[in-house]
Design a protein around this ligand. Structure first.
Ligand SMILES: [Zn+2]
Length: 418
């Protein structure tokens, strides 16, 4: 436990989190059309809840929302060297579970399952590490939204502590709270230059001891099959059924390389969606690999498979779109190892043992890192994201907040020594 732990107001942290969690801020892939957030409820949340919370912090400057829905704020640091550290979280919640409004429940957890409404049961095995903690859940009919309102609440509490204790050394801090992260659009319109941070961290992971710096390389290919539709009565030796062609392609994907048959560092092919008729079928895929060259090999495999299939089903044409999404950020991060080292140091100062798990997914930070702003991901304490079983321990939230305070402090010490 670091010396700053006692500065954190756990009650204030909890209450700010609940205030934000209660509001439905679900994003929606289908309604995202341009630069505006996919749902107006995110904008309403930003203006009515988030911005007033930021405005209640003394000395926090330049609080604003831009036309893409990103909320930013600035805290002047107290180091001799000018350096700006970015702290990033997201305001939207996942449409994989009902998003709200959220009825928050607080539990003084001892043992056993937590039983909620609509048959939602949080299993004891998930809860064992949190004996005697204060656990926050929804009422069981919606998700909780600790992903990522816990991240926002922890950043807000950390900044509040820094302004209440000007003796704590900190660099300049720029905050960004983004919309639409859950639909993969959190940083599409993020202006890195305008943001002005030299290095950043997203606070959007799970365990407090985790630093997430390694993500998949991701492609979301589309295979578009154009068949030859003919009236069934006259189809003999003429029809090429696009559905048959799609079936042939899918049946030739390696069975041992699917999300449900791989783990840890193993990559995969995933058929994510299929849509169409005899005339035209669109297959939506996810291709994932930690090694970029292997990811490219997977794309080549699909291209060859398509060529072979066109030969087999003469007359049909098959289009292929690679749709590269994001890169494993590890490679870029290795160029400046201190970005991870300082985060580890911060976690150690909080009394935890840092871990670097691989993320079988992507983060907004992975996209920012690729574009030049190195941004690994820190934990928020949340468990069972994107589900009605989502929960968070108030004590772990406090730990994650402590990590953030230690992190800015470590950076301040190191940059002034240089
Ligand atoms: Zn998240």
């Amino acid at each position: 436990m670091s010396k700053y732990s006692e500065y954190i107001n756990q009650e204030r942290l909890k209450n700010n989190f609940i205030k934000m969690a209660e509001i439905d801020t679900g994003s929606c892939e289908e309604t995202k059309t341009g630069i505006e957030p996919s749902t107006q409820k995110q904008v309403k949340f930003a203006k009515e809840i988030l911005i007033p919370l930021l405005e209640s912090i003394n000395n926090l400057e330049d609080i604003k929302i831009d036309k893409t829905g990103i909320v930013t704020a600035y805290l002047q640091g107290n180091t001799e060297t000018q350096y700006t550290l970015g702290l990033i979280a997201h305001m939207d919640t996942s449409e994989q579970a009902p998003t709200g409004p959220v009825q928050v429940k607080i539990h003084d957890y001892k043992t056993g399952n937590i039983e909620l409404l609509s048959g939602t049961i949080i299993d004891e095995t998930d809860l064992t590490p949190y004996k005697n903690h204060t656990i926050i859940t929804s009422d069981g009919t919606t998700l909780l939204g600790a992903d990522d309102k816990a991240g926002i609440a922890e950043i807000i509490e950390a900044i509040t502590v820094l302004t209440e204790h000007p003796e704590i050394k900190c660099p300049n801090i720029k905050i960004a709270i983004t919309p639409d992260e859950e639909i993969g659009e959190g940083v599409t319109y993020f202006d890195i230059e305008k943001f002005g941070a030299n290095t950043a961290y997203t606070v959007d992971g799970s365990e407090a001891e985790n630093i997430e710096s390694e993500t998949f390389n991701a492609f979301n290919p589309e295979i578009i099959i154009n068949g030859i539709p003919v009236h069934c009565g006259h189809a003999y030796k003429k029809m090429v059924n696009a559905i048959e062609v799609a079936n042939s392609i899918i049946s030739k994907l390696p069975k041992s390389e699917k999300p449900e048959t791989t783990q840890d560092r193993e990559g995969y092919y995933h058929v994510d969606g299929i849509n169409g008729d005899v005339n035209r079928v669109v297959i939506k895929m996810l291709v994932r690999d930690f090694d970029f060259n292997n990811a490219k090999k997977r794309i080549e495999f699909l291209k060859n498979l398509i060529k072979e299939t066109e030969q087999e089903y003469l007359g049909c044409t098959i289009e292929f779109k690679e749709n590269e999404k994001y890169h494993n950020m590890k490679e870029k991060l290795m160029e400046r190892p201190e970005v991870i080292e300082y985060a580890k140091e911060a976690i150690i100062r909080s009394g935890l043992e840092p871990k670097e798990p691989v993320v079988r997914g992507g983060t907004d930070g992975a996209m920012l890192t690729l574009r030049g702003l190195l941004t690994p991901n820190l934990g928020t304490g949340g468990v069972n994201f994107h589900s009605k079983k989502e929960f968070i321990s108030v004590q772990i939230m406090k730990k994650c907040c402590e990590n953030v305070i230690n992190l800015v402090n470590v950076w301040a010490e190191k940059i002034d020594k240089q």
